[in-house]
Design a protein around this ligand. Structure first.
Ligand code: PMP
Length: 401
């Protein structure tokens, strides 16, 4: 008998499991709105032209070798990543008090940051929004932090529960870590306004809470890299400390290349140097050092004016297509006279719409219309197209009437 005979079957991941179910469905009209990956109008994944060109340059550069990278990754990639998120004129960067390490996409950056905090920070409780990306809970719990939640979403308005957020962060213990989605909150698509961000910042600083930004969608929400980074930049501008986990999965379409960065903005150069030395001790036994290819693509694009400009145009086109899908779905529901207020579809931002459909309605739409999404009613707008909007609108209409 197997020594593993007692191992029980684990459940599918709630998000990735949606795709597993979708792939098993033989229906020609099936539609996958589960996983957050960009698709073209034709429903195809894309490799950006800027990425293709960067890869071309890399392949033709015979001086490149396959040696191990340093534990912290490619130095130039790290510098350019910090600049991209904190801004070209960031005082923290100019004052040399930011440490950046290349990590395995957004997830790996969160995990390395979480483990660093569990080892070296005095308050091991992290507050995450309710709801949040499901993986946050596991990533931070396994990092050794205690995970608590703060109110974020109000089902009644399908918007921000700002009062609840302020109350919960206001009663958090001094020093607690606060996980903030930099933009395009997943799964709700609900972001604070800049005025609300300012109030959140004041509260966080007055209570000496430690902000940890998750930036998985810079440029993908509004189409502007600067606008989407604004909340982080206002926190950095006050001189206080913060962490930020960056992912290039969505904004450069580098999902499977696993390229991201963790930056820690510190008070002084000296502290930043010591923090970096400890980040290396977190990374070394975890995966030794990061992969070369994805970070080389990113560095090639970020350092080259033409490639950078081409990338920003392509990024804006992706963001604009998603925004136009919101409008089309909203209009299609209006045209059908679907009962209820669906204005949240156009008010929410980023890859996802939190429809407000319940698990039963989702199951109905999957069973009757072969539309796949997470059971919390989250749909990926990036998986929709002009052709598939009517089918989705029919399904939603049938589910609520
Ligand atoms: N944070 C959030 C909020 C996300 O939505 C995602 C991607 N689904 C990630 C982090 C991490 O993604 P990745 O590891 O692919 O960069």
């Amino acid at each position: 008998d197997s020594v593993f005979a007692h191992v029980v079957q684990a459940p599918e991941d709630p998000i990735l499991g949606v795709t597993v179910a979708y792939l098993k469905d033989p229906s020609p009209i099936k539609l996958n709105l589960g996983v957050g990956a960009y698709r073209t109008e034709e429903g195809k994944p894309v490799v950006l032209n800027a990425v293709r060109k960067a890869e071309h340059q890399l392949v033709n550069d015979v001086s490149r070798v396959k040696e191990y990278l340093p534990i912290v990754g490619i130095a130039e990639f790290n510098k350019l990543s910090a600049k991209l998120i904190l801004g070209a004129d960031s005082p923290a960067i100019q004052q040399n008090r930011v440490t950046t390490v290349q990590c395995l996409s957004g997830t790996g950056s969160l995990r390395v940051g979480g483990e660093f905090l569990a080892r070296h920070y005095h308050e091991r409780t992290i507050y995450i929004p309710q709801p949040t990306w499901g993986n946050h809970i596991k990533v931070f719990a396994l990092s050794g932090l205690t995970v608590k939640t703060y109110r974020y979403y109000d089902p009644a308005t399908r918007g921000l529960n700002f009062q609840g957020l302020l109350e919960d962060l206001g009663s958090a213990p001094s020093g607690a870590i606060v996980l903030l989605h930099a933009c395009a909150h997943n799964p709700t698509g609900v972001d604070p306004t800049l005025e609300q961000w300012e109030q959140i910042r004041q509260l966080i600083r007055s209570k000496a809470l430690l902000p940890f930004f998750d930036s998985a969608y810079q440029g993908f929400a509004s189409g502007s890299l600067d606008a989407d980074a604004q909340p982080i930049r206002t926190f950095a501008a006050d001189g206080g400390e913060l962490l930020v986990a960056q992912s290039y999965a969505k904004n450069m379409g580098l999902y499977g290349e696993r390229v991201g960065a963790l930056s820690i903005v510190c008070k002084t150069t000296d502290v930043a140097g010591r923090v970096e030395s400890q980040l290396k001790l977190v990374i070394r036994p975890m995966y030794s050092n990061p992969p070369i290819h994805g970070a080389s693509i990113v560095a090639t694009i970020l350092r080259d004016r033409n490639l950078y400009d081409e990338w920003t145009v392509e990024l804006k086109a992706m963001a604009d297509r998603i925004i136009s899908m919101r409008r089309q779905l909203f209009d299609a529901l209006q045209a059908r006279g679907t009962p209820g207020d669906w204005s949240h579809i156009i008010k929410q931002i980023g890859m996802f719409t939190f429809t407000g459909l319940n698990a039963e309605q989702v199951a109905f739409m999957t069973g009757e219309y072969h539309i796949y999404m997470t059971s919390d009613g989250r749909i990926s707008m990036a998986g929709l197209s002009t052709k598939t909007v009517p089918h989705l609108a029919d399904a939603i209409h049938a589910a609520v009437t």
